[in-house]
Write a protein that binds this ligand. Structure first.
Ligand SMILES: [Zn+2]
Length: 172
């Protein structure tokens, strides 16, 4: 860079390259969008919170076992040895299976996968790349402008999942 000093070396670094390694921002957004999607659906507040909690906890199950590379599909991504189509097929059956369990945890996990796939950083079942080798998922859901189209899409797919659940399992 001209002038010799990269301004991003100051302070917190380039904000566009940061990806919330602890997932704090992203789990907040996961919960928020889930509760918002339940508004006006007739489901009880208790059930909505159970689903939101299951969604948030998904990334932390087994000390992060759900973030292993072979479960990339459940976050709307893929390992290097899978095509986007293969990962998408796994993701779809994961979501459908979890919804079909007819319980709060299953719906929460399904919604987690749907919301992750809506994140700009996960679009089109991107490869995890090297990040998974460090067992850190680039959970960009909350990092990439939560109020943008990603959030709108996440809200829409979450509502759709809730409706699918209602059709299959009834209201809770
Ligand atoms: Zn995730």
């Amino acid at each position: 860079m001209r002038g010799g000093i990269n301004p991003y070396l100051y302070g917190e670094g380039n904000p566009l390259s940061r990806n919330d390694p602890l997932g704090l921002l992203s789990f907040f957004v996961h919960g928020q969008v889930t509760l918002q999607a339940f508004e006006g659906t007739g489901f009880s507040e208790r059930f909505a919170w159970e689903v939101a909690r299951a969604n948030i906890q998904f990334d932390f199950i087994g000390g992060g076992a759900t973030q292993e590379i072979d479960m990339a599909y459940s976050h709307g991504m893929r390992p290097p040895n899978e095509s986007p189509a293969q990962a998408k097929a796994k993701w779809e059956s994961f979501v459908n299976y979890q919804i079909g369990l007819c319980n709060a945890q299953g719906l929460g996990w399904a919604i987690h996968g749907l919301q992750d796939a809506a994140a700009a950083g996960h679009q089109d079942f991107q490869e995890y790349g090297g990040i998974l080798r460090w067992r850190m998922i680039p959970h960009m859901f909350g990092d990439v402008f939560p109020s943008s189209t990603a959030r709108v899409e996440a809200l829409a797919t979450t509502r759709k999942a809730i409706e699918q659940f209602r059709e299959k399992c009834g209201c809770r």
